[in-house]
Design a protein around this ligand. Structure first.
Ligand SMILES: [Zn+2]
Length: 334
């Protein structure tokens, strides 16, 4: 869809106003993956970790995400998915050097490096960022220091170079050492370790920086945060994300997979075509309901109060996005 006027973009203040009860740490607590919520909407517990000042929501988020166990899923003979402390990471390993997608948060760098070192002696050749968000790029500098080049969409470099305020967290412009060293605009291909990787730009969906990474030989695709498996997605309206863009991305992705494709979401467990289809269908149903009410002149408060997601909340509202916040974002990006 067309670029939204700035006045229509979702702001944290609008989200807070629409959801009433949410404030500060409670909002952050609602944003953590379901495994951290343990079924209760409780205030954010700040881990007693060096450098994690309780007054700094970004440090608290890093510490909390970093405390999530790192799990390993084998995707093929030389392709591995790591999940837990941030967005899902995929590692292609072999004699040409490791090609890694996304980075987890800073607080788990040592653990991530140890895990990568355990996948053979070849150097870390490339890091690919699926998009600009910190839970996917937070270790860019560490990857550079470890010898990797960083590949991303040109908008990721642009967004990382800007200051951002997102969900109560402040992001200063990234230092040069954390910026992509190579960027592309539409598609980029690379050969490594027997794979012919295809990287492709996804028109604005979760942000305006999203890409997919395809591994044709292994029949694996990483969709970044255009896909949250089994939970409502976060959509970053401040950097170009919209609900219609998310639906378009899901539909386009469905056209790129078959019944045996292993689909890596930005967050949530490894998925298949059926899971991606369910996700697309939930997004379409919620979008259609919210659009109908918005077109009839209802305010965002009225639409949130009508609970258009009620039938899905038990399953889809236990993850990253609290239902009222998700509905608010959908409304504000239509
Ligand atoms: Zn994201």
């Amino acid at each position: 869809m067309d670029r939204m006027p700035f006045s229509k973009l979702t702001t944290r203040r609008e989200m807070l106003r629409a959801t009433g009860a949410l404030a500060g740490g409670a909002l952050l607590a609602k944003l953590f993956p379901g495994s951290l919520l343990a079924g209760a909407a409780r205030p954010l517990a700040y881990p007693q970790q060096a450098g994690a000042a309780p007054a700094d929501p970004l440090a608290a988020m890093r510490a909390q995400m970093g405390a999530t166990p790192l799990e390993t899923v084998r995707l093929s003979d030389n392709l591995t998915m790591l999940s837990g402390p941030g967005g899902n990471v995929v590692v292609l390993s072999g004699p040409d050097g490791k090609v890694v997608v996304d980075t987890f948060v800073q607080t788990v760098w040592a653990k991530l490096k140890q895990s990568l070192d355990g996948m053979g002696n070849a150097p870390i050749r490339w890091l690919i960022d699926t998009h600009w968000h910190f839970d996917h790029t937070d270790n860019n500098s560490n990857f550079r220091a470890a010898g990797a080049q960083i590949l991303a969409h040109e908008n990721t470099r642009k967004r990382l170079s800007e200051p951002h305020d997102l969900l109560g967290m402040h992001f200063a412009p990234s230092p040069a050492s954390a910026l992509p060293t190579q960027t592309f605009t539409a598609t980029h291909r690379m050969q490594a370790n027997g794979e012919n990787l295809v990287l492709g730009y996804i028109p604005p969906a979760h942000t305006d920086t999203d890409i997919y990474i395809q591994y044709p030989r292994a029949n694996v695709i990483h969709l970044g945060d255009t896909f949250f498996n089994g939970m409502y997605p976060f959509i970053d309206a401040g950097t170009g994300g919209t609900i219609n863009g998310m639906i378009a991305a899901a539909n386009r992705s469905l056209g790129m997979v078959d019944g045996s494709t292993k689909i890596v979401p930005g967050h949530g467990p490894l998925a298949d075509r059926a899971a991606l289809t369910r996700y697309r269908d939930v997004l379409v149903t919620v979008r259609d309901r919210v659009q109908k009410e918005k077109s009839a002149g209802k305010t965002v408060e009225e639409v949130v109060a009508a609970k258009p997601t009620a039938e899905f909340d038990a399953a889809w509202g236990m993850g990253f996005m609290q239902p009222d916040v998700f509905v608010t974002i959908v409304y504000n990006t239509l």
